[in-house]
Design a protein around this ligand. Structure first.
Ligand code: ADP
Ligand code: MG
Length: 323
């Protein structure tokens, strides 16, 4: 059983980034309003996510560490809906099978909280403890029992850059939630809850970047594109500066990226990239976000409409007129 879990875990959890992603998504699903993420050594040594969400009862805490223990898949509609981000019911169990995982959780009942310690999928400790409402998950020594996986991890800096970007995405996508993020004891982001994504942009980016941003709000057929793009000459030499969210969910999609690039193409030098934070809203049935759970790719029912909406929206924002 342990071995099967560990093999399956490799499908879902391939690096510290995926652990952080799954844990933060769980915290968001649990209606948290404040989420704190701490990582050490690129997340290889430690990943800690603490939230003030609903927490779990004693029984649910045990269940959560079993495979397919999701509490979230309630109807077939959920399969196409992207309202709930987590849907597989195996992330926690997978992570626990390839690390030393500590879970401390407490729901709003009068019962005390629960602490569970799982090492390589084996339950080592289960205690009732006093704790405030919410959940803390600590993942230490990821892949300590899967040397093959460990070997494929890159240097700490590379791994933590990925996580930085992920936290930025979460912070931009969920402005009404507070995010705190530290790396090796150094505070990297302290973003209190705000009302809108533009306020969040102000917390996340430097003044120089902010001053160059223009707002987009463009509707084309069923698709609405809103958000912000930076005016030239503000450019970054990194495709990761295009942040896109489809119905509130962070995605990294080729079609979206290339539409953004085309909109900027006359304005950009080669090898330079725009900064864009784009929220696409469309009816849920027009987009399939579950193409590959790991890759954050999406499939649009009407790709042409989406890329035209982006192209025209970005162009209008930059030039005052659509293409
Ligand atoms: P999924 O998110 O797909 O349901 P997970 O393995 O990520 O699967 O989590 C299993 C279950 O554990 C969740 O369905 C939820 O009930 C519970 N859970 C996990 N993390 C949290 C959290 N931070 N707060 C409250 N409940 C949680
Ligand atoms: Mg989950």
């Amino acid at each position: 059983e342990g071995v099967i879990n560990r093999i399956a875990a490799g499908e879902v959890i391939d690096r510290p980034f995926s652990v952080v992603k799954e844990l933060v998504e769980n915290s968001i699903d649990a209606k948290s309003t404040a989420i704190r993420v701490d990582i050490e050594r690129g997340g290889k040594k430690l990943i800690r996510v603490r939230d003030n969400g609903t927490g779990m009862s004693h029984d649910d805490a045990f269940l959560a560490l079993e495979r397919h223990a999701t509490s979230k898949l309630t109807s077939e509609k959920d399969l196409i809906s992207i309202a709930t981000m987590g849907f597989r019911g195996e992330a926690l169990a997978s992570i626990a099978s390839v690390s030393r995982l500590r879970l401390i959780t407490c729901d709003e009942s009068d019962e005390p909280g629960t602490e569970l310690l799982v090492e390589g999928g084996v339950l080592r400790k289960a205690e009732r403890i006093g704790s405030g409402r919410g959940t803390l998950v600590e993942v230490a020594n990821l892949f300590y029992n899967v040397p093959v996986r460990l070997k494929f991890l890159k240097e700490n800096r590379w791994e933590s850059d990925l996580i930085d970007e992920l936290i930025t995405r979460f912070a931009l996508a969920f402005p009404h939630l507070g995010f705190t993020y530290s790396q090796d004891g150094r505070l990297k982001l302290d973003a209190p809850p705000v009302k809108s994504s533009i306020e969040r942009v102000h917390t996340v980016y430097s003044r120089e970047v902010r001053d160059n941003l223009v707002a987009i709000d463009y509707a084309f057929k069923d698709v609405r594109v809103h958000g912000h793009v930076a005016k030239p000459p503000y450019v970054k030499s990194n495709m990761r500066s295009v942040f896109t969210f489809v119905n509130g969910r962070s995605v990294r999609d080729r079609l979206v990226n290339s539409a953004v690039m085309r909109a900027f193409s006359n304005l950009m030098e080669r090898g330079r990239y725009p900064l864009a934070i784009l929220f696409l809203e469309m009816p849920p049935e027009q987009v399939d976000v579950n193409v590959h759970p790991q890759k954050a790719e999406v499939r649009f029912r009407k790709p042409k409409v989406v890329s035209d909406a982006i192209l025209n929206g970005v162009h209008e924002a930059l030039m005052g007129a659509p293409f």
